[in-house]
Ligand binder design. Sequence first.
Ligand SMILES: Cc1ncc(C[n+]2csc(CCOP(=O)(O)OP(=O)(O)O)c2C)c(N)n1
Length: 550
Amino acid sequence: MNMNAAQALVKTLVAHGVDRIFCVPGESYLPVLDALYDTVRIQTVNCRHEGGAGLMAVADSKLTRRPGVVCVSRGPGAANVSIAIHVAEQDAVPLIVLIGQIERKDRGRGAFQEVDYEKTFGGMCKGVWEVNKGEDLSAICANAFALAAAGIPGPVLISMPEDMLLDDASGPVAPFAAQPVPAPRDADIEQAAKLLAGAQRPVVIAGTSLASEDVDLLVRVSEAYRLPVAVGWKQQHLFPNRHPHYAGHLGFNIPQAHMETLQPADAVLALGSRLGDVTTQGYQFPTAPRPPQPLIHVHPAREVLGAVYQAQLAIQSDCGAFLAGLLRHAPAALPEERAAWIARTHGYVEELMRWKDPQADDGVVYGAVIEALNRLLPPDAIVTHDAGNFSAWMHRYFFFRDRQLLIGAEAGAMGFGVPAAVAACLRHPRRKVVCLVGDGGMLMTGNELATAVMFGAKPLILLSNNGSYGTIRQYQEKKYPGRVVGTRLANPDFAALARAFGARAWVIDDSSRIAPVLQEALAADGPALVEVKSSLTYISAFTKLDPAAV
Ligand SMILES: Cc1ncc(C[n+]2csc(CCOP(=O)(O)OP(=O)(O)O)c2C)c(N)n1
């Protein structure tokens, strides 16, 4: 059958299991759009901004653990999608970025919307290809899929000159090549089991490479070995937070006292964590490069092991396979000290997460909304969140449980929350999806509410409106007290705005309205927004502004 390169590309995407593409259309890749018209296997989700489209693809990949795909136009479209490329790189998310390019004959002449993608994105992408012969596109696409998912996953970019897409490409379509799954050696498992069983104060740090499907296995291992489990930055769904072995979330600004409960550990198992600077509190726990206690570092990517930490035992392995191996060596007896150690690590966290219901004069303390969510969210809810201080309340006071999932950008990109919620609704239409976002982030990508409406996605957006780029205001107040500049916000009527998009909307301006409004909004069968008039004084879950300064 005769095919042009664009048609071969779409067939290759189908062969790689792609069922959804996020895009903003462009004249530079019309043949690809036309090939998408012909397939029922891929849903084309056209978004309102390439940043939103790219972040949806990133979130979709976090949900499926397969590469996300975004397709954008050359030049301006490419520039707009760059935030998603950055997040994919930082969060180690496999992302396929398809970008239109000017015609081959005009390359290097500074033609209309020409960009040298290798120069512009080479530093963030694992690979950048410009396809000069249509017959090569399918094979390059297959290579891109393999590279995006290999080792430390990340973004790859394929630049598609407009005229190349119409080249004949009638040859065979490149098939999907499954990635090898690294398995642990028996000797390594035995050594790890011995170390963990013999330690008096062991702790696990669970990170992103642990699949949410393997959480039950982690719980069983934690129980069999009596191991406290702390979770890495934005990974609270990797261990049930009410479990007596939960040792807390290692995110930004955790209290020094929390670190002090963990530092006496005499063995650390880093499970699927890259042990980045946020999780390790600036490489302090465990201490880089060689911690005082034995470190067992388990990660599927060879490149992670030894890059920063010199582990006593470095094991390249899939996390689930490693846990299954540990379970086979579960100890018959454990040191007596474990009980006190578990009580101490978990006791601290329970107290840290205990809601004390503070009241503010200048609005609702956003933590009270989080506290109510604890009671109201269904056990399989998905929580997406943007970057900002409102999320600190969730990090501190929300207890993840059952199948609840947290999807955030470790890269700290504002604008992630709403697109991620749209992607989550499309992927899991029967699960309740709640997006936490601030007034700052809402006006960065909140326009994707239009995409939600168009594609039948039904997120509930919980917007914390404190009239400020609050996080920066907090830093400002700390470093330059009283000199407020660049952080105040004049906001629209968010409820009216949401209604204009076709969503239902509520406003909470008093804490007595939190539970009834949330109940109604959670029951809504359509996109919805709840604007919380948040206190600026209670600027974060850990710090308060001087009311005189507000
Ligand atoms: C795209 C992007 N731009 C800027 C920043 C820096 N930044 C981090 S948090 C923040 C303010 C967030 O404000 P808002 O969404 O209102 O939430 P709040 O902190 O007030 O709760 C800013 C500007 C960022 N992380 N990402």
